[in-house]
Design a protein around this ligand. Structure first.
Ligand SMILES: [Cu+2]
Length: 109
C-alpha cells in the first residue's frame, strides 16, 4: 500500500512539473512547433468568439486533469476557431498551466 501511495504522489508531482514546463514553452516565440502537448478531450462546440479568442465546449470527462463533464469556455487562437462550427462534435487538446485552460488543437469528429 505504501508503494501505491508513493507512486501516486510521484505521478502527481511529475504531472505538475510537466504542466509547468508546458506553460513556460507557451511563452517562447515560434509556436509553430510539433504537436503541442496537452490533455485530449471530446465534446460539442457550444459557442465561438473569435474576437475574444474563446470557445465554449460541452466536454466529456478528462480524467488526466480530474475534470468532470461540463460546459466551459476555453482560450483559443482565432485561427483555430475558423476550423470548427457551433454544434459540431469535436476532439480537442487542452493545455493547462496558464492563466486559463487553452484549446491548442481541435478537429471535427
Ligand atoms: Cu471543463
Amino acid at each position: 500500500m505504501k508503494f501505491v501511495l508513493a507512486a501516486a504522489a510521484s505521478l502527481a508531482l511529475s504531472s505538475a512539473a510537466y504542466a509547468q514546463a508546458d506553460h513556460d514553452m507557451s511563452k517562447m516565440p515560434g509556436m509553430a512547433m510539433p504537436a503541442p502537448a496537452g490533455a485530449q478531450g471530446a465534446g460539442v462546440v457550444k459557442k465561438i468568439d473569435p474576437r475574444a479568442g474563446s470557445v465554449t465546449l460541452q466536454h466529456g470527462p478528462i480524467p488526466v486533469l480530474s475534470w468532470p463533464a461540463m460546459t466551459m469556455a476555453f482560450k483559443a487562437d482565432s485561427a483555430l476557431l475558423k476550423t470548427v462550427k457551433v454544434g459540431q462534435q469535436v476532439n480537442f487538446t487542452v493545455k493547462t498551466g496558464g492563466a486559463a485552460p487553452e484549446v491548442v488543437a481541435i478537429q471535427p469528429k
